[in-house]
Design a protein around this ligand. Structure first.
Ligand code: CP
Length: 311
């Protein structure tokens, strides 16, 4: 089985069949990662560059680990300390790296559409590791994998509330695309200033401005960080007031008549969108999401490399 696409630029381009294939392949790789020897020779002789023009902890480390577990050769490029500071363009940088016989590019960039631009100009397969406020496809895939793992193996019919700064979040957009394609029910919740005005109609999803109502409705709350670095105007009065009105604390969860799953892509701003007694509670699967990122990214790299036979 193969993906219908050469690159992973966004969930928007994937079919439900592609998503099933990635999640099922990730399940097999998760099993590999439980073994004493966690490495397989699947991508031996494949060279991958991790091209990070924007900060990252989880995504960068988990791509690198996924590549190493698959026996690929890896190169790590970060814009700071590179010749980008001397004025080299994105395309020149990438073409110079590719001339050293690199097969795949994993790329994070603060500009929405940067990986789509590259895909038009270079022959290598590209994986979008987050582009501006557009998409973060592997985050949505690992989120879906984690939901499936904790909620009886399927996404269809699951009620997922995405809570927080929807306006500036690539995680929100990729999750909405994926969950809708897989038959889940989706709600976005948060302050009106952080929710795009036409999102309800554009994606056929629910919108809720009261976080307690969102928590009452959902099976899974995927809580997002306030992306202050992407906001160029004042959209709420202060982080303290955001926490009072929209932050999630343990008391709010204890008042519900069911136990919901708490997710967060990281990094968490403790005491803003989530209090520590929620982030660290047994309802939280935040570190499990990070663990699942490795198997999910192994699946994406393996399938984009053409699904070579494992030996
Ligand atoms: N979730 C996520 O993308 O985290 P990083 O920015 O640390 O990679």
């Amino acid at each position: 089985m193969q993906l219908s696409t050469k690159h992973l630029l966004g969930i928007r381009d994937l079919t439900p069949g592609d998503i099933h294939l990635i999640l099922d392949t990730a399940t097999q790789f998760k099993e590999v990662l439980q073994r004493p020897i966690k490495k397989v020779p699947t991508l031996r002789d494949v060279t991958i560059v991790n091209l990070f023009y924007e900060s990252s902890t989880r995504t960068r480390i988990s791509f690198e680990l996924a590549e190493k577990r698959l026996s690929a050769d890896t190169i790590n490029f970060t814009a700071s300390g590179s010749s980008v500071s001397k004025g080299e363009t994105l395309l020149d940088t990438v073409n110079n790296i590719l001339s050293m016989k690199v097969d795949m590019v994993v790329m994070r960039h603060s500009a929405s559409g940067a990986p789509h631009f590259l895909a038009k100009h270079i022959p290598a397969a590209i994986v979008n590791a987050g582009d501006g406020i557009n998409e973060h496809p592997t985050q949505a895939l690992l989120d879906a994998f984690s939901m499936r793992e904790n909620k009886g193996g399927k996404l269809e019919g699951l009620k997922v509330a995405i809570i927080g700064d929807i306006m500036h979040s690539r995680v929100a957009l990729s999750n909405i695309y994926l969950l809708k394609k897989m038959g889940a029910e989706v709600m976005v919740a948060g302050p009106p200033t952080l929710i795009p005005p036409h999102i309800q109609k554009a994606f056929d999803i629910r919108v809720e401005y009261n976080v307690r109502n969102a928590l009452k409705w959902c099976d899974v709350a995927n809580v997002l960080r306030i992306q202050l670095e992407r906001q160029n105007q004042v959209l709420f009065s202060s982080l303290r007031e955001y926490n009072l009105a929209y932050g999630i604390n343990k008391q709010m969860l204890d008042e519900l008549d069911k136990e919901i799953l708490i997710m967060h892509p990281g990094p968490i701003n403790r005491g803003v969108e989530l209090d520590s007694d929620v982030a660290d509670s047994k309802q939280s699967i935040i570190l499990q999401q990070v663990e699942n990122g490795v198997a999910t990214r192994m699946a994406v790299l393996y399938l984009l490399a053409g699904g070579r036979e494992e030996s």
